[in-house]
Ligand binder design. Structure first.
Ligand SMILES: [Mg+2]
Length: 402
């Protein structure tokens, strides 16, 4: 069996042709990149890449020359050849990781189809038949709705600034039996001192984890938070490969690693990361908020096979196109997704639906407040700003204790 071609399918998410920029979820900035690895025996595999899809599409096309003519079943050997193929381009980070991920995912899909087995059965077999998922809430009402849908965990994101009162209100709404998490999104606008002040307030709310309290470039800053705050920490969505996640695990900087299923480096890389974490009694909750449905299938296969799984992130309910571009469509029941049983990954692309959403743009809008881009304000959106420009976004105390 030989690889004959790799096709890519890039699409705009949360937006349709003719829709104004900024419409839809993620302000219209999301793209999904799917790919199909074809063989001379008619069997093909599909995969998904995240990390910067419009850029990764070119990386995949570049790497294709390494794969054409190779046996797709030699997954680990081909992964190493692809990794060497990126070396001359420097430290390629999540872009290289995204390209390798989508290709490796497709090779597993091929192997599963050839052997007539779901991918989880080739990775060591199942620990579980369903994978718990969590949703996102920006209000107590939304948190209640998720509970009514059967979810038992919700995450609050600090996007427009720190809102400790909102976290407290959501904890109150869901009760002590459910889990609440906070994602600070690794903001450069929260210094380690700010993140510690916020963390100390969050200690009172019994969180499952406090995610990306500081920006990801400087792990000494994360260590400072780690040492000062008595609360489980989570991080790792922006790194790829075992070497990217290594310091988080080896330095015990987090309690939960969060590799992104579309850019971690592939399913085997994720299993290796999980094993590294297991040796430190660290759990894994893959990042998945912006990913498409193929990566979600892949995450379920990996998560079925590792012991230290916590939960999978899920945008519930996502933009309608999510439910049109693949088949079958996954549906969460009682806060969990079923582990697929069909050979391979168990998911197929609906190419004619994907074609309806050509990629338009792939960078996020800056905050849409009136002051956007005004120098000297938070809306100027420079990466790091002094407190006097960030002040309105930082309320470091809950109001009932101020
Ligand atoms: Mg996050």
């Amino acid at each position: 069996m030989k690889i004959t071609d790799i096709k890519t399918f890039l699409m705009q998410v949360g937006s349709r042709p003719g829709m104004p920029a900024g419409a839809g979820s993620f302000r219209g900035s999301r793209n999904w990149l799917f790919l199909k690895v074809e063989t001379d025996e008619g069997v093909y595999g599909i995969g998904e890449c995240s990390g910067w899809p419009r850029v990764i599409e070119r990386a995949v096309q570049d790497l294709a020359s390494i794969l054409i003519g190779e046996d797709p079943r030699d997954i680990d050997r081909l992964w190493h050849r692809l990794y060497v193929g990126t070396m001359g381009h420097g430290i390629t980070g999540t872009v290289g990781g995204g390209a390798l991920t989508g290709i490796e995912m497709a090779l597993w899909d091929i192997k599963g189809k050839v052997l007539g087995q779901p991918v989880w059965n080739l990775l060591g077999g199942k620990f579980r038949d369903t994978i718990p998922v969590y949703g996102h809430a920006k209000s107590p009402e939304r948190a209640r709705e998720l509970m009514e849908r059967g979810y038992s965990a919700v995450k609050v994101g600090f996007t427009g600034g720190v809102d400790l009162d909102l976290v407290a209100a959501i904890r109150e709404t869901v009760g002590s039996e459910a889990d609440v998490m906070v994602d600070a999104h690794g903001p450069s606008w929260m210094t380690p001192a700010d993140a510690i002040a916020v963390g100390r307030e969050l200690e009172k709310l019994d969180l499952l984890f406090y995610e990306d309290p500081v920006a990801p470039e400087n792990l000494d800053a994360l260590e400072r938070v780690r040492d000062a705050v008595d609360i489980p920490l989570a991080a790792g969505e922006r790194v790829s490969t075992i070497w990217g996640i290594r310091p988080y695990v080896e330095r015990d900087l987090v309690d939960v690693i969060q590799p992104d299923t579309g850019r971690a480096g592939g399913l085997t890389q994720m299993r290796k990361m999980a094993a590294m974490a297991e040796s430190h009694y660290i759990t894994m909750a893959p990042h998945s908020g912006s990913l498409g449905p193929v990566a979600e299938f892949a995450a379920l296969h990996v998560m079925a096979t590792i012991p230290n799984v916590l939960m999978l992130e899920r945008v519930e309910i996502d933009w309608q196109g999510r439910y049109e571009v693949v088949t079958p469509v996954l549906k969460a029941e009682n806060g969990a997704l079923p582990v697929p049983d069909a050979p391979g990954l168990g998911v197929e692309l609906v190419e004619e639906e994907i074609e309806k959403y050509p990629s338009q743009r792939n960078v996020a809008d800056m905050p849409d407040n009136e002051n956007a881009y005004e120098p000297g304000t938070f809306g100027e959106c420079v990466y790091f700003q002094p407190r006097l420009r960030r002040r309105s976004r930082l309320r470091l105390k809950r109001s009932d204790e101020a």
